[in-house]
Design a protein around this ligand. Sequence first.
Ligand SMILES: Nc1ncnc2c1ncn2[C@@H]1O[C@H](COP(=O)(O)OP(=O)(O)O)[C@@H](O)[C@H]1O
Ligand SMILES: [Mg+2]
Length: 264
Amino acid sequence: MIIRTENIAKTYRVGVERIRALRGIDLNIKANEFVAVMGSSGSGKSTLMNIIGCLDRPSVGRYTLADRNTSRMSAADLATVRNEKIGFVFQSFELLPRQTALKNVELPLIYAHGGWRRRRRRAKQALERVGLGDRITHRPNQLSGGQKQRVAIARAIVNNPAILLADEPTGNLDSSTTREILDLFCQLHAEGQTIIIVTHEQDVAARCQRIIWLTDGRISSDAPVREAPALRDYWQHHEQNGNATTNDTIEIVQDLPPEGKPAC
Ligand SMILES: Nc1ncnc2c1ncn2[C@@H]1O[C@H](COP(=O)(O)OP(=O)(O)O)[C@@H](O)[C@H]1O
Ligand SMILES: [Mg+2]
């Protein structure tokens, strides 16, 4: 199990008020799973992602990442684990505006071993992997939204992280660019990457293997993509329209959990 959370809760204090963002999350995720996290705004999705990504700690409960109990780690150890094990992608890309694509992707390698040549080579390879080998000297304002998100994905995978976390990665993209970015996630998943995506979009969730639905800081549903309540109407609609992609997905989803097997 690459991710195991045991009764995780998170309470924020704002002045005298206490906000219970997570109220007891038990979750196991295996290597090479492709998971969507859904739920209405404020249900705790980002809080959960930040804890899984070691950007934040639970108030109570235990979080084990790749067999390491993170609950008792120092802030410095947690930062090291985060740097080694986690790649993050955000809705707003979070690129450095004045730096080239290459420099942006090199950034997480500053802590890695090896000199600048090796860093440059790895950053270039990551950009090639996301289909941007011909844009390495472009700056963010010279790139489209989809290309910016590709740079962010290259930055997230440049360290070969155990887990790729994406918090609403297509929230700022149009539907055809969303599809392209999803194709890229699917490609990475087929290559063995473990991926967790927060999304509001059924089209996006439908391409994952498993849907976790949060309601008020709790998991209210955790199901294979074909059985997820959140997508019931989506599949019905596509079956009525005889959508071929859906049938492909049905076949693959039937033998869940497909260790090492692409969902799309
Ligand atoms: N840093 C914070 N300080 C105080 N409250 C927060 C903070 N982050 C999130 N919250 C609150 O916790 C709840 C869950 O937020 P969040 O995890 O961002 O939800 P989601 O990503 O599902 O929209 C919300 O009520 C939100 O207002
Ligand atoms: Mg959020």
